[in-house]
Design a protein around this ligand. Structure first.
Ligand SMILES: Nc1ncnc2c1ncn2[C@@H]1O[C@H](COP(=O)(O)OP(=O)(O)OP(=O)(O)O)[C@@H](O)[C@H]1O
Length: 500
């Protein structure tokens, strides 16, 4: 079997030679060109596993080649070599369809890492043909839906999975942003490496640097061991920055640097270490507006927002309701274990679903608890109570809802501990007891005050979350605390939702 073939396009003889030697040592076949014209001729003759081009060429630009290679539709990855400090060029190239970039002076280790990623990609079959064509209900995708919007989304995900460019996912709460990020990762060349999802709003500001970049033993009081941060945990894979709008400004600067340099420094360390992570950010807020008001740094926004992916709200794809409802019921009750009775679909169609698919999951889960023989009737739905706009009436009457039915299935994603490289931390929340305060006889004292208070706090927070369908902003308002405080308490008290 012949070795993968790489095309190097650079007019600087020294650099070209260095690249050639490095690639040949990796066991690859290399063709070289020093102009756009030569490159075009070679591209017409061979299929390449990777094209690596300088940005400035005597008869044109690397960007032209990026556009041409992307336009060929063969899925050939093309990476650009950008001048030192020209982050802007890298972003422009990524937006134009470049697979990745390396900056000058070229660090050979970074180059090898990038080349290996590209080679893994060419080993992968081009993303599921049916999904690329936008057909079907999702096939093996977990992002279900036959609507045009979902088909287009899956096709876009298939394309994005073949690049290393940062992606910014927008969409309302519960619309599937994390699911989309996981799918991009799963369909990418990074699939065998960790996917780490971090809820930026859940980490106390003073711990952020340690959580993201790790620390050395003795770096501060309590640093009894060396620890990796999220970047190291996600090395080789994907780092999802969820609720990215909640990053404090000081952290935004540090993050920008890490993303740009692809290097991080642990607290207390003298040297930086290279990290190879693909960044996917997500928010339900309008980051552009936050940039205007000075709450989000423009340079970081520019760096994260290279490619945008927008999740459609459920109310704009109500045709997907039957499919989603079937899948959710099958998950809750087993295949054929539950179904919707007459008129239920129509009732669901009339609802706005401000909490999107997560709210649909919650509505069906609750309804199923009332259903006879697994058949959900209109009366079981409690849609009025599920209306997010109406916080006061958010929860169905307590006496009507068995606690087990009220369990939220919202993944209030908490930060992943640095030592756990994969997955958002999720686990089933405890039920809310009928009485908020754990029973204590008159005059009795708790045997352990901190535990007792933690339990009270946990119960109250869970109750607020359930009343608001796990909408953290509304729950925080109900409790008179900030969303950041709520998230922190949720993390501290281990309040998470079960993974779907
Ligand atoms: N298209 C879909 N098909 C199947 N399940 C979906 C789809 N979209 C979302 N879900 C489910 O809805 C729930 C919420 O999805 P997810 O956590 O990805 O949303 P999110 O937009 O990241 O939410 P948040 O803004 O609150 O972080 C999950 O249980 C997920 O599996």
């Amino acid at each position: 079997m012949s070795s993968p073939r790489i095309l190097v396009v650079d007019d600087e003889a020294d650099l070209r030679e260095l690249l050639e030697i490095t690639l040949v040592k990796m066991g690859l076949d290399v063709d070289s060109a020093s102009t756009v014209r030569e490159a075009r001729a070679l591209l017409g003759q061979h299929a390449y596993a990777l094209v690596l081009t300088d940005m400035r060429l005597p008869d044109g630009t690397g960007l032209e080649l990026v556009r041409e290679v992307a336009g060929m539709g063969r899925g050939t990855p093309i990476a650009v070599i950008t001048a030192y400090g020209s982050a802007e060029n890298a972003v422009i190239a990524l937006k134009a369809g470049a697979f990745d970039y390396v900056s000058k002076p070229v660090v050979l280790d970074d180059l090898r890492t990038m080349v290996r990623s590209a080679l893994r990609l060419s080993e992968k079959p081009a993303a599921g043909a049916a999904q690329e064509a936008g057909e079907g209900d999702g096939g093996d995708s977990r992002l279900l839906g036959r609507s045009q919007a979902m088909q287009a989304l899956r096709a876009q995900i298939g394309r994005l999975a073949r690049s290393q460019a940062p992606i910014a996912i927008n969409g309302e709460s519960g619309s599937g942003k994390e699911l989309a990020a996981r799918e991009i990762h799963a369909r990418s060349a990074r699939a065998g490496k960790p996917f780490v999802a971090v809820n930026c709003g859940a980490i106390p500001e003073q711990l952020m640097e340690a959580e993201f970049f790790g620390y050395r033993k003795g770096a501060f009081t309590g640093a009894t061991d060396e620890r990796d941060g999220f970047f190291q945990a996600a090395n080789g894979g994907t780092l999802m920055l969820d609720e990215v709008a909640d990053l404090p400004l000081a952290m935004q600067v540090k993050l920008l640097r890490a993303i740009q340099e692809r290097r991080v420094r642990k607290i207390g360390a003298t040297a930086e270490e290279a990290v190879d992570v693909r960044i996917i950010s997500a928010t339900h807020k309008d980051l552009g507006k936050l940039v205007e008001t000075g709450q989000f740094r423009q340079d970081l926004f520019y760096r994260l927002n290279v490619i945008e992916l927008t999740l459609p709200p459920l109310r704009e794809r109500l045709d997907d309701l039957p499919l989603l409802a079937d899948a959710i019921l099958a998950r809750l009750a087993g295949p054929g274990g539950a179904r919707l009775g007459p008129g239920v679909l129509e009732a669901l169609r009339g609802y706005a679903f401000p909490g999107n698919v997560r709210e649909l999951e919650n509505v069906l889960e609750r309804a199923l608890a009332f259903a006879n023989d697994g058949v959900i009737e209109v009366g079981d739905l409690s849609l009025k109570g599920a209306r997010l706009a109406d916080t006061g009436a958010a929860a169905p009457p307590r006496d009507a809802v068995p606690a087990e039915a009220a369990q939220p299935s919202a993944p209030a994603s908490a930060p992943v501990p640095a030592q756990a490289p994969v997955q958002t931390m999720v686990q089933a929340p405890a039920q809310v007891p009928a009485d908020v305060l754990p029973a204590l006889g008159a005059g009795a004292l708790p045997s352990n005050l901190p535990d007792y208070l933690s339990q009270v706090e946990r119960d109250i927070i869970l109750r607020a979350l359930q009343q608001t369908q796990f909408n953290r902003t509304q729950a925080a308002t109900l409790l008179g605390i900030s969303v950041r405080q709520l998230r922190y308490q949720m993390q501290k008290l281990d309040i998470h939702a079960p993974e779907p």
